[in-house]
Design a protein around this ligand. Structure first.
Ligand code: ZN
Length: 451
């Protein structure tokens, strides 16, 4: 009876009063509110697809729709965070900036409290970002991509609005599962480091009668498929599997440090379906076991740090590359020369987004931009806590591969040559791993103090 009365009081007492702060120390169901939402973001037209530079024409069919999904989480003090999961290859800067500005204006949501992730499906649309310059598109194709981007930004704003509008009392719990199809793809294949963990956040009604939302991550490239059909790839199938199993739930996937991990073998739709089912079952197995109730409050931090390029090319070098036999080199030289003409020089750094959320007392949820290799995930879990650290890669802006110091030194695609397809001037300068990890530690500490 007492519990019921307290629950009712919590619902009517405005945030930030003494009673709610005190009550938040107890893991009562009413400590949290959560909202979930989902919108279709499949392009209305068959525009070009991203992920592979070798594609020669736009999409020509659809396996299933692509979605943006979101959850808003609010603690007893009224602190709110919104997580957005998208079936997209990347998060263009223009999308992150536009959505963040709208969320701040409409809901007072600060930038630090909005996390935009992507599944990195290679069967999604080309976006208005540098990566799309790797495609052999004509001006009319670019126009269609840019128009889609404007439409997409509005859809993502809508999904954020809907998640916030859906806020209602909730119970949150976490657990960790395992799924084994990811393999280190660098040479020699299958030998290097990997992380098969599947972190799961479960959002339920306060009485536990309904699962309303699931957030789960996995460190693996979403590259089973490379054909001309819209498809979320393995994570698209995993989300749909879970939404089928839990019809009241929205299932949201994020890619961890999966840049050097591939689903192997690949290239058949049956394999993408199988990996999706494997990942969905891994989440299911976590839900079947006792999970940890999330208690406490929220805290969030966000910062952009300047990641430095190793060496800027000279004008003569760019002009020579403009005549290269490689289409990708030519495209990069053309873009960089046009930026040089416009700005008078090339930028020496890229503003790299680093975000850390504290979810309750235990979970550090780290979100890092770019195609993040698994070394970051392994290191951050070792340094911040194995079962209490979630690492979301490909978050808030995907501008390039983000190699660890080891991968940068080894070179190869993830350490060096992928910068050509991302149209950036050179590989990253040594020292980025410590720059990123030390910022994560500082933000995590900042969150602890804030609480
Ligand atoms: Zn990739």
């Amino acid at each position: 009876m007492r519990q019921t009365l307290l629950t009712v009081m919590l619902l009517v007492v405005p945030p930030a009063c003494g009673l709610t702060v005190h009550a938040a120390d107890k893991p009562t169901a009413a400590s949290w509110q959560a909202g979930v939402s989902r919108v279709v973001i499949t392009p209305p037209e068959f525009i070009w697809m991203s992920g592979y530079g070798g594609r020669s024409h736009p999409a020509e069919g659809k396996v299933h729709d692509l979605y943006a999904r979101a959850t808003a989480i609010r603690d007893a003090k009224g602190e709110t965070v919104v997580f957005v999961a998208t079936d997209l290859v990347g998060v263009p800067k223009v999308m992150a900036t536009t959505v963040a500005a709208a969320a701040e204006k409409k809901h007072g949501l600060p930038r630090r409290s909005l996390m935009i992730a992507c599944s990195h499906t290679h069967c999604g649309p080309a976006l208005d970002d540098r990566l799309s310059y790797m495609l052999d598109m004509k001006e009319a194709d670019w126009k269609a991509i840019r128009e889609y981007q404007v439409w997409l930004n509005q859809k993502v704003i809508e999904v954020v609005d809907a998640a916030i509008a859906d806020l209602q009392p909730a119970r949150l719990s976490t657990g960790n599962g395992v799924c084994r199809f990811a393999a280190n793809r660098r040479t020699p294949k299958g030998i290097g480091p990997y992380d098969h963990d599947v972190p799961v956040l479960k959002i339920e009604t306060p009485d536990g009668s309904k699962v309303r939302g699931l957030v789960f991550g996995y460190a693996c490239h979403n590259t089973t498929l490379g054909f001309y059909q819209w498809c979320g790839d393995y994570s698209g199938f995993a989300q749909l599997y879970l939404e089928d199993r839990y019809p009241d739930a929205i299932a949201m996937f994020y890619t961890g440090g999966g840049a050097d991990q591939n689903p192997l073998p690949r290239r058949k739709i049956e394999l993408a379906q199988k990996y999706g089912r494997m990942l969905g079952v891994s989440v299911d197995e976590v839900l079947d076991k006792p999970m940890q109730t999330v208690s406490g409050n929220l805290a969030s931090s966000f910062e952009e740090v300047p990641l430095e390029f190793n060496r800027l090319p000279t004008r003569a070098e760019l002009e020579a590359r403009h005549e290269s036999s490689s289409r990708y080199e030519r495209a990069r030289a053309k873009l960089l020369l046009s930026e040089w003409d416009r700005d008078g020089s090339l930028p020496k750094t890229w503003p790299y987004p680093i975000q850390v959320w504290k979810l309750g007392r235990k979970i550090n949820w780290v979100a890092l931009g770019g195609e993040l290799v698994v070394d970051y995930q392994i290191r951050l879990k070792r340094e911040l806590g194995k079962d209490s650290t979630w690492v979301t890669g490909y978050a808030n802006n995907v501008m390039a591969y983000i190699p660890s110091e080891r991968v940068l030194e080894e070179g190869g695609y993830e350490g060096d040559t992928s910068m050509i397809v991302y149209q950036l001037p050179s590989k990253w300068k040594a020292g980025l791993e410590d720059q990123i990890v030390s910022t994560v530690h500082r933000l995590a500490k900042q969150n602890s103090v804030a609480k």
